[in-house]
Design a protein around this ligand. Structure first.
Ligand SMILES: CC(=O)SCCNC(=O)CCNC(=O)[C@H](O)C(C)(C)COP(=O)(O)OP(=O)(O)OC[C@H]1O[C@@H](n2cnc3c(N)ncnc32)[C@H](O)[C@@H]1OP(=O)(O)O
Ligand SMILES: CC(C)C(=O)C(=O)O
Ligand SMILES: [Mg+2]
Length: 502
């Protein structure tokens, strides 16, 4: 384990520290599903639980040990025999078991939690490690609240537990207190002042109370730590733990750090969603790497930049974390490039598109609606007589007669090539009469292949949406029309399709 100095071990504690979040408790089957996903992600260690804490947590560690065989399965204990015996029992099926035992290291904890002394605490720490070592080879020791502990005393404690058999020493910033510089210096201090430090891996375990968990973890690695303890989505006690996805993507993005690990980053996004759903912890939209907006661009200058060259505004390729592509969100802050991009995606790629005119109408709508979705764009393009095409065909007026006594007929005035054209026609219904009347003016061999009418919200006074696929000269064109009048919506859809080639 110690032979490659640049290998970083990823210790996931989503199922232990992450699961300490109120309301996020998991059942054993849920823990196994997440455990298997963490195994596919490639984590080195899964902290499965704290077996003494409840029969349910004990059982989860037992079942996870049976089901997940590749990573080390770790169980947390306090520095006492009862907790350790319980963890040893829970880990009995684990292929690679680890006991994670420890005790408080700051004077605050020593005095106000344990009502004890530094010397007595070191004794308890050593005793716990020696006791655990009798049953399990792989022992990790945590010096709780090490972030606020005196470095000299911490070094003394770490040296003693390594001598007692600990092979990983965890230096938690339990309360998220440290600045990156301080935390990095603490790790370096241990590297330089603990005589037997080469016999153990230093682990970093940082909390996010000041939003510095990830920065502190990286500072720890830069100063000699080689294991990072983290959780998916950064969940955990209070403001959470170091987020796995942030650390891993920092290591991937900054090759110059020279570190490598075993994580297949393409599983990150899927796992983030799984953990969020199962643990009932929504991911904040602006969360780095996995937030809904992490790869979404909504202002025109950024959108233009991304469309020209993704890296202008993205330092991570979304595919690297399992997201198909970045998103261009249309809002009133978007520009013409973004609008054109989405129109082309919806089939409006024609160079005859009057982009300035569409953009003006788009902005009015976007100011009112905040976010413009595909349906809004289609509505904008297929609505009423307003044309979005240079020299496009528009309806000046339409009258339809139908009913039991009459053959359906339509009379239409179109603005076509800058002039008013009129035609009347019959059909087997008001829509076919209208299409026939338009045909008389346009005189192009156009076949309607698909024709669908939907109501947008339901209800007889609703806006109808018509989508239509027509064939002209062996090419297919989509048209969309909207109106409270289904005949008008159909005429709008037909003209929307025609305007793409007439
Ligand atoms: C920083 C962390 O994340 S640590 C892990 C936190 N996770 C949890 O606490 C979740 C699981 N915890 C539990 O289920 C329960 O708290 C248990 C089962 C561990 C203990 O329950 P109880 O025996 O009722 O004790 P309670 O939780 O009220 O108090 C904790 C006791 O453990 C002692 N203790 C705390 N940490 C340690 C430690 N690392 N080593 C030894 N003793 C410790 C406390 O001093 C206190 O002992 P006291 O009763 O002598 O004052
Ligand atoms: C139990 C330890 C490792 C912990 O979670 C912390 O100190 O934050
Ligand atoms: Mg913690």
């Amino acid at each position: 384990m110690l032979h490659d100095p640049n290998r970083i071990f990823i210790f996931d504690t989503t199922l232990r520290d992450g699961e300490q979040v109120p309301g996020s408790q998991l059942t054993t089957p849920e823990k196994i599903i997440i455990g298997e996903a963490l195994q596919s992600l490639g984590v080195d260690v899964i902290e499965a639980g704290f077996p003494i804490s409840s029969p349910g947590d004990f059982q989860s560690v037992v079942e996870l040990s049976k089901a997940v065989r590749e990573p080390i399965i770790c169980a947390l204990t306090r520095a006492n025999k009862g907790d350790i015996d319980c963890a040893v029992e829970a880990l009995k099926y684990a292929k690679h078991p680890r006991i994670h035992t420890g005790i408080g290291a700051s004077d605050m904890h020593i005095k106000y939690k344990f009502n004890s002394t530094r010397e007595a605490i070191i004794e308890r720490a050593v005793e716990a490690v020696k006791y655990a070592k009798k049953s399990v080879e792989d022992i990790e020791f945590y010096a709780e609240d090490a972030g606020r502990a005196d470095n000299q005393f911490l070094a003394q404690m770490i040296e003693a537990v390594i001598a007692a058999g600990a092979t990983v020493v965890n230096i938690p910033d339990t309360n998220g207190y440290c600045l990156p510089e301080q935390y990095g210096a603490k790790i370096l201090y241990l590297k330089e002042n603990v005589k037997n430090i080469d016999q153990a891996i230093i682990s970093v375990h940082c909390h996010n109370d000041l939003g510095l968990a990830t920065a502190n973890s990286i500072a720890g690695l830069q100063n000699g730590a080689r294991q990072v303890e983290c959780t998916i989505n950064g969940i955990g006690e209070r403001a959470g733990n170091t987020s796995l996805e942030e650390v891993v993507m920092i290591l991937k993005t900054h090759h110059s750090l020279g570190f490598h690990n075993n994580i297949n980053t393409k599983h990150i996004y899927e796992l983030s969603g799984m953990v969020s759903r199962m643990m009932r912890m929504p991911v904040q939209p602006n969360k780095a790497i996995v937030g809904r907006n992490a790869f979404a661009h909504s202002s025109g200058i950024h959108q233009d930049g991304v469309l020209k060259h993704r890296e202008n505004y993205e330092i991570i390729n979304p595919e690297d974390v399992g997201i198909d592509q970045s998103e261009i969100i249309l809002t009133a802050r978007s520009g013409r490039h973004a609008l054109k991009h989405h129109l082309a995606r919806l089939g409006y790629a024609d160079e005859r598109l009057d982009l300035d005119h569409v953009y003006e109408r788009f902005l009015t709508l976007a100011d009112a609606k905040k976010e413009i979705k595909d349906d809004d764009l289609l509505l904008l393009m297929g609505n009423e007589a307003d044309t979005n095409f240079i020299n496009g065909v528009t309806i000046n007026s339409l009258e339809v007669i139908c009913g039991d006594e009459k053959d359906p007929s339509a009379s239409i005035h179109l603005n076509y090539k800058g002039e008013d054209h009129h035609a009347t026609a019959n059909g087997n219904g008001p829509v076919s009469a209208t299409i026939n009347a338009i045909q008389r003016i346009i005189t192009k061999p156009v076949d309607i292949k698909e024709f669908n009418i939907h109501s947008i919200h339901g209800g007889s006074d609703d806006v109808s949406k018509v989508d239509m696929r027509v064939i002209y000269e062996d090419k297919s064109y989509m048209g969309y029309g909207f109106s409270t009048d289904i005949v008008r919506a159909s005429a709008n859809a037909y003209l929307d399709a025609l305007n793409k080639f007439v």
